[in-house]
Write a protein that binds this ligand. Sequence first.
Ligand SMILES: Nc1ncnc2c1ncn2[C@@H]1O[C@H](COP(=O)(O)OP(=O)(O)O)[C@@H](O)[C@H]1O
Ligand SMILES: [Mg+2]
Length: 401
Amino acid sequence: MSPVLVISRNAHVVGLVQQAWGPDGYAIAPEQFPDNVQALLVDLHGVQLPAVVVLDPEGQVSAALALAVDLDRNFHIASVLVTDQPAEVSLEAMRAGVRDIVAPDAPVDEMKRALERAASLSGPRVTQQPAATVPGAVNQRGKVVTVASPKGGVGKTTVSTNLAVGLAQRLPQSTVLVDLDIHFGDVASALNVTAEFTLPDMAHGPASQDALALKSYLYLHQTGLYVVPGSESPAAADAVTSRDVVHLLDTLATQFKYVVVDTAPGLSEHTLAVLDQTDVLVLVTSLDVPGVRGLRKELDTLRDIGLMLESRSVVLNFMHPSRGISVGDVEASIGRKVDFQIPQSNSVPISVNQGIPLLQSGSRDPVAKTLRAIVDSIETEKVGHKGRRFLDFGHKKEVTQ
Ligand SMILES: Nc1ncnc2c1ncn2[C@@H]1O[C@H](COP(=O)(O)OP(=O)(O)O)[C@@H](O)[C@H]1O
Ligand SMILES: [Mg+2]
């Protein structure tokens, strides 16, 4: 049986639904009744959306009906309203797409019939509605922003989590962060997230076939950022191919304005596949000789394989005057300018250990200031997928799709 969710602060109503539907259901009792699906997802703390929602709003009928509209129109999830004043709300409830009305003291059989009817009406009408009408969806393809570096420990995850939080705070529901450090991803820990679903769940199965289904697997962080956490198990991670990754990013780009991707060090098959989908590349390096040499090699390799993105920034992390190399030295070595400099600061490990990115806590220290400047640059970046350019050395070509 498909799962039923009951939103109620009344134990009797929760019991009624349990008796009618059996164990395949769950209940939440939020103080404030959610009036849209995004608010509901926050209350669900990562639990998947159900097939049927029982709304028992008591005094908060208008919020419940607003939720019913969103569930029905945008997610094709049927709802059943519990009220002891059916005459007063029935017309409005019908207009909101509520499938049935049941009294709080109804017999179990009546609730059962209502739930069965609702369940049979719930679900796959998704094809009737283009994915672009989902809330937070974008009409144009969103921008894929990839954070990469040849080495580990240089600040990729710090930069990607902060950029994603910064973008999500500026434009709610606009951004998803994908952890593509396939084996050692630590985005979930940097955001203090314990999610039910991770990358492999979203790369395969129902989530990989439908944009709406995929959205219900994403973790909604308290900042309004959606997250695809990295796999908990190396074996499950191995089953995610670079083709799966391309498909996932493509689908997410139809739903979000920004798809921020954290990557593993170097140019693995997965990272190359991601780079091929990338609109804005953020290359991070630490201020030390091996880090800078690695970056130069990575830039050379990208050029050699014709994957030189027009829109890219170089971020120099761990800036400190006593490190013995200057920004000028770095620029001379890599043959291009450094766009952003992030100072070395204890605020970074502290925020990582707390699982609260600096931009979430509204920090004003110099690291946060630079991270905000990178967010600004992405927001104002005009280059979208359409204007994306590959400079293919040998035969220079411009791709405009
Ligand atoms: N600017 C900085 N100042 C101090 N510590 C930093 C800074 N940037 C990153 N770190 C620390 O360095 C470590 C590696 O950073 P992380 O973002 O995980 O790198 P990567 O994802 O490239 O492996 C983390 O412990 C982080 O707290
Ligand atoms: Mg990392």
